[in-house]
Design a protein around this ligand. Structure first.
Ligand SMILES: CCCCCCCC/C=C\CCCCCCCC(=O)SCCNC(=O)CCNC(=O)[C@H](O)C(C)(C)COP(=O)(O)OP(=O)(O)OC[C@H]1O[C@@H](n2cnc3c(N)ncnc32)[C@H](O)[C@@H]1OP(=O)(O)O
Length: 212
């Protein structure tokens, strides 16, 4: 019968190697995944928005410096959509704010990464719904015509899935305030490609926080 000899001094080494591997995954792998180049270049039309004076880029510390800002402000994880490693990722939003809120429009680019896959190269419908939730919420936060982060809650997102999304796509995401009734902000949103084909659209409702 074969015998297996356990070399006891190697055990701590194996343990150390495993710990080092784990640390490498935690520290190195997420950074590699976060590398923008893996998503390819940002779509060119984002530059057009940058140059368009009617739109202003929404810059927030929770997006620009997410990890550190969140840790300091009591958040417990990474942003489901805005984090660089998110399966479906929005790197930027631009706001065309309108005084009074109605007509204010938020436009951004969304990338569907490999982690968003459902069936053979196509993305999970839930990734489109998540995006609709995000853009409805952030558009609702612009109910005064300027972006006031976390100023309300998304309470409804009625999403119609119209056309599948390929893994690796960059699509345009838009939200627009169509009605404000007290604390209730109604938003229409859609996700479209460069040809103007609509992949999904949504009607959403945001309830603003009570004034304290
Ligand atoms: C607004 C109150 C603030 C509370 C303070 C908490 C302190 C927190 C501090 C800081 C938070 C920063 C904010 C973070 C934002 C996160 C981002 C997201 O989008 S989260 C996504 C997941 N969404 C949820 O998890 C929502 C869950 N829902 C709720 O928590 C409640 O429903 C809430 C707070 C949104 C509203 O509760 P109510 O007690 O303040 O207000 P009511 O009187 O129930 O509703 C106001 C109006 O909205 C309608 N409404 C509410 N929910 C609706 C729904 N689901 N569908 C249709 N209408 C709805 C109601 O019918 C009412 O309408 P009528 O004024 O009577 O005409």
């Amino acid at each position: 019968m074969d015998t297996i000899t356990l070399n006891v001094p190697t055990l701590p080494c194996v343990g150390l190697a495993a710990a080092a591997g784990l640390l490498a995954c935690k520290l190195i792998a997420p950074r590699r995944r976060a590398d923008e180049t893996e998503r390819g270049p940002l779509p060119a039309w984002l530059d057009e928005l940058e140059d368009d004076e009617s739109y202003e880029r929404v810059r927030l510390p929770e997006w620009d410096n997410g990890t550190e800002w969140r840790r300091k402000n009591g958040f417990k994880g990474s942003d489901y959509v805005h984090d660089a490693c998110a399966a479906v990722h929005v790197p930027r939003y631009y706001l065309r704010g309108v005084s009074g809120g109605v007509g204010s429009k938020l436009v951004g680019a969304a990338h569907f990464g490999p982690g968003a896959e459902s069936h053979r190269g196509l993305c999970h419908g839930g990734t489109m719904c998540s995006l609709m939730d995000d853009v409805v919420g952030w558009t609702g936060f612009c109910a005064t015509g300027v972006c006031k982060p976390w100023s309300g809650f998304t309470v409804q997102i009625n999403t119609a899935l119209k056309k599948p999304v390929d893994v690796g796509s960059w699509l345009r995401i838009e939200g627009e305030i169509v009605k404000i009734d007290g604390r209730k902000v109604s938003v229409k949103a859609r996700l479209l490609d460069v040809d103007g084909d609509v992949h999904c659209e949504a009607e959403g409702l945001v309830v603003l926080k009570k004034k304290s």
